[in-house]
Structures are given as structure tokens and as C-alpha cells.
Design a protein around this ligand. Structure first.
Ligand SMILES: Cc1cc2nc3c(=O)[nH]c(=O)nc-3n(C[C@H](O)[C@H](O)[C@H](O)COP(=O)(O)OP(=O)(O)OC[C@H]3O[C@@H](n4cnc5c(N)ncnc54)[C@H](O)[C@@H]3O)c2cc1C
Length: 418
């Protein structure tokens, strides 16, 4: 059994595991593919597509662990097996930080799929920090590409790699910008339905240095985070979070880095190795006047969830429009909320799996009016909604991406873009 984070992947019967990539490896992959043997890449191993039955697995975790820091430029170079928590801890020693997400367990997939951090509202997405990318296209050719110096110099390959790389090739190394390390103010609490509505309402007029994330399942729990610039700024942030309503267990705290954030979880933690799951990430504007209406829809969906570990959660974005001139494949720069739907079922219960997948689609359909976009943090080529999620994620940019894929990965070794 592979020791992967994702339980579906962990329980799968893989054909074999390779831990090294080079051009010859791609030759053997092509011959494997001729005999219809598919493969998957695993960096952090946190998604359901890091391994699957009857697939060959490329596991980058053991042999791609290097991290190096340039003291002059403050750039960091990481190989594809480095987890975000390890990156955050490493940078902490140099008093620097990187906008990692809500979990330190995620790997290179976090960066390659966009990377929405609780500090993205002020710091940008993880892809916005990339300055060099190294790897192999699906056609086996090695590449090493740097960020264009000006928007005019920008090219389609770079844009495709920043947000859609996982469809085009295997990334072995990235060079990233880092930022000064700052303490982070955290607020966590249990909320009622109407308190959540009020928190969302208040958060929609917050400055970009503060963000709200919440999770709604058996109960409702929220986490607000704000990077502290100085003591005046800290006082402002405290003033804002003290206005948030809560039912119980409110804790205001300060942590030293992103890897020390409290978990966004329901605390019931019945999620164990007896559960499998899939996740869809949506993107959309501020809720404003739709606030109560959207929450009522979510409440109804939660009340009908087929398994107690199903939930809907959300991260707050906004502030990314200032980075609009960066050419990336993350098109939803205007998004304010990223709700994600977590569908869970008892492992190997195919009937419940079917019901859960239907429930997830129902959630998506019901929330689409307020969340028209998709964040492809998890891909689902094995499910019927794959095409819909590709077009909602990449919109008018999808045909160009498909053209690039036809050149860089003509045999579709990497996950399909149609
Ligand atoms: C607990 C938890 C918290 C999360 N919090 C956030 C968050 O705050 N913000 C956010 O944006 N996302 C978040 N995510 C989503 C997560 O970042 C994405 O699902 C991401 O794709 C996971 O990457 P991975 O390397 O850990 O997983 P993997 O399953 O190893 O990889 C994910 C996908 O990327 C592909 N891939 C991975 N590495 C490479 C590579 N080197 N070259 C080519 N393809 C590759 C794989 O084929 C796979 O399809 C969270 C996920 C979890 C489980």
C-alpha cells in the first residue's frame, strides 16, 4: 500500500511506482501507453488522482526533496517532492514566508494548480510567485523556462505552465519569490447559521490583509487570519475580528508562520481511513445581497448530505485583480469566495459513492449562479463532470491550452484537457 495522504489513492491497487524522471522514462511511458497503461503523478499525494487502480505511479516525494535559498535575491528553489509545510518551516529560518494554503501537507500540486492562501488577498496566489519552472513536457523534452521580464514578452507557454502545468508535463523544480515573515493573527470560533451570515457580510468589507475561511457540516466553524504589519495594524485587525459574532470557543491568537495556523475542521473528525472523498472547488464574486439566500441553499444541501462527513467550506479571496497583468491560467482574478464541496462516502460502498457524487453535482448546480468559476485544485478525469470543470476553469483560454497540449503532450500522457 502506498503511504499517500488521500485515502482513495492510498487504497488503490497500482501497477507499479517509479521515483525518477528522465527522457528515457518518457520513452518507456509511451510504450506503456501503447499497451493502454495510464499513469499518475504524486507530489503531496493529497488528491484522489495521486494514485488509482491499474495505474502506474510517478512518486516524486522521495527523490525530489531539495530546497535552496539565495541570500541575495531571497528566491527559493524547491524540487517537486517538497511539502508546503516543510517549505514554510525552511523559509522561517531565513525570516521569509511563502503563501502556502490551509494545510502544510499539500505538495507541488498546491503551487501548480494556483495555490489559494489565507494571505493571497494581499500576497497573491502561489503561482504568482513562480519565476522559473523546470520539468519535462509530456512529449519527453526537458524544459527550463523563466518568467518573461515584461507583460509584452509574455508567451503562451509561460501562461499555460502557471496554472495548467499538470495537464502538460511533469514539473521537477520551481524557483519562487518569497516575502518577509510576519506574525499572523488568528481568530477561530463556532458559529450559528445567522452568525456565519454576519461574518461573511463583515468580511466582504475587510481590508485585504484579513481573510475569512469557514466550514459548514455537522456544525459551523470559522477561521479568520491576518498578517500583522506593525502594532497599529495589529490593533486595527483586532478591532475588526472582535466585531465578529460567535456562539462558542472563540480564540484569538498569534502564530509565527503559515504552517502554524489552526486547522479548518469540524472537530468531529470522524473522517478516517474508512472514508473516501472527492472535492470540487468553485469560484465566484462577493455574496452581498445574496448572502442569506446563498446560505439557505447551502443549509438545505448540508441537511440532505448523504454522509455525515460531507461538507461545504470556503476561503476568501479578493485583492488579486492588482495582479491581473500577470499572465497565468488562473483566470478568475475577480473571485471573492472559493467555496469547495467535499463529498465523502464509506470506502468501497459504491452505492453511497454514487449518491455522494450526485449530491456534489447538485451542490454545484445550485451554487453555480453565485459561483460560476472553478478552481481546478483537484482534477476528475475519471468522473463525468471533467469537461464541465475544465471549461468553467479555463473559459476562452481552454482552446489555446488544448493547442499547446497537442504540441507538448501529443500522446495525452498527462491528464486530458478535453
Ligand atoms: C487538507 C488540505 C488543505 C488544502 N488547502 C488548500 C488551500 O488552502 N488552498 C488551495 O489552493 N488548495 C488547497 N488544497 C488543495 C490542494 O492544494 C490541491 O488539491 C493540490 O492539487 C494538491 O497537491 P498535492 O501535490 O498535495 O497532491 P497530489 O495528489 O500529489 O497532486 C495533485 C495533482 O497535481 C498533479 N501533480 C502533482 N505534482 C505534479 C508535478 N510535479 N508535475 C505535474 N503534475 C503534478 C497530480 O497529477 C495530481 O493530479 C488543500 C488540500 C488539502 C488535502
Amino acid at each position: 500500500m502506498l503511504s499517500l495522504q488521500n485515502q482513495n489513492a492510498k487504497d488503490s491497487n497500482v501497477l507499479g511506482v517509479s521515483e525518477e524522471i528522465n527522457s528515457e522514462f518518457f520513452q518507456s511511458l509511451r510504450s506503456l501507453q501503447k499497451s493502454s497503461i495510464p499513469f499518475l503523478v504524486s507530489s503531496g499525494g493529497t488528491t484522489s488522482r495521486s494514485a488509482a487502480d491499474n495505474h502506474w505511479i510517478i512518486d516524486l516525494r522521495k527523490n525530489y526533496q531539495n530546497i535552496s535559498f539565495d541570500l541575495n535575491t531571497k528566491h527559493v528553489e524547491i524540487e517537486a517532492g517538497v511539502r508546503m509545510g516543510d517549505l514554510s518551516n525552511f523559509l522561517g529560518k531565513h525570516k521569509r514566508s511563502f503563501p502556502i494554503g490551509l494545510s502544510g501537507k499539500t505538495g507541488m500540486g498546491y503551487i501548480l494548480t494556483g495555490g489559494i492562501s489565507p494571505i493571497s488577498r494581499s500576497r497573491g496566489l502561489a503561482i504568482d510567485q513562480i519565476i522559473e519552472i523546470k520539468g519535462f513536457w509530456g512529449n519527453g523534452k526537458e524544459f527550463h523556462i523563466s518568467q518573461p521580464n515584461t507583460p509584452q514578452e509574455s508567451n503562451h507557454e509561460w501562461k499555460a505552465l502557471c496554472g495548467a502545468a499538470i495537464f502538460l508535463g511533469i514539473i521537477t523544480k520551481v524557483k519562487l519569490k518569497t516575502q518577509p515573515l510576519r506574525q499572523i493573527l488568528t481568530w477561530t470560533a463556532n458559529l450559528s447559521f445567522s452568525e456565519l451570515s454576519e461574518c461573511i457580510n463583515q468580511a466582504e468589507s475587510w481590508p485585504n490583509s484579513l481573510s475569512l475561511q469557514w466550514i459548514y457540516g455537522e456544525n459551523i466553524f470559522a477561521l479568520a487570519t491576518g498578517e500583522i504589519i506593525d502594532t497599529d495594524h495589529e490593533a486595527n485587525l483586532i478591532d475588526l475580528i472582535e466585531r465578529l459574532p460567535f456562539t462558542s470557543n472563540r480564540i484569538i491568537n498569534k502564530v509565527n508562520n503559515m504552517h502554524s495556523l489552526p486547522n479548518l475542521s469540524l472537530g468531529n473528525n470522524k473522517i478516517n481511513n474508512l472514508n473516501h472523498s472527492e472535492v470540487i472547488g468553485l469560484l465566484g464574486p462577493a455574496w452581498q445581497k445574496n448572502n442569506l439566500n446563498v446560505l439557505k441553499i447551502i443549509k438545505e444541501l448540508i441537511d440532505q448530505r448523504p454522509n455525515e462527513n460531507c461538507y461545504i467550506a470556503s476561503q476568501q479571496l479578493g485583492g488579486l485583480t492588482k495582479l491581473k497583468n500577470l499572465e497565468t491560467s488562473f483566470l478568475h482574478r475577480d473571485a471573492i469566495w472559493k467555496p469547495w464541496i467535499n463529498g465523502a462516502w464509506d470506502a468501497n460502498d459504491q452505492l453511497q459513492r454514487k449518491k455522494t457524487l450526485q449530491w456534489m453535482e447538485e451542490c454545484w448546480t445550485n451554487l453555480e449562479f453565485i459561483c460560476p468559476g472553478v478552481h481546478l485544485a483537484q482534477i476528475h478525469p475519471h468522473l463525468q463532470w471533467h469537461q464541465k470543470e475544465l471549461s468553467s476553469a479555463f473559459k476562452d483560454w481552454l482552446p489555446k491550452l488544448q493547442e499547446i497540449k497537442a504540441i507538448k503532450d501529443p500522446q495525452n500522457l498527462m491528464p486530458p484537457l478535453n
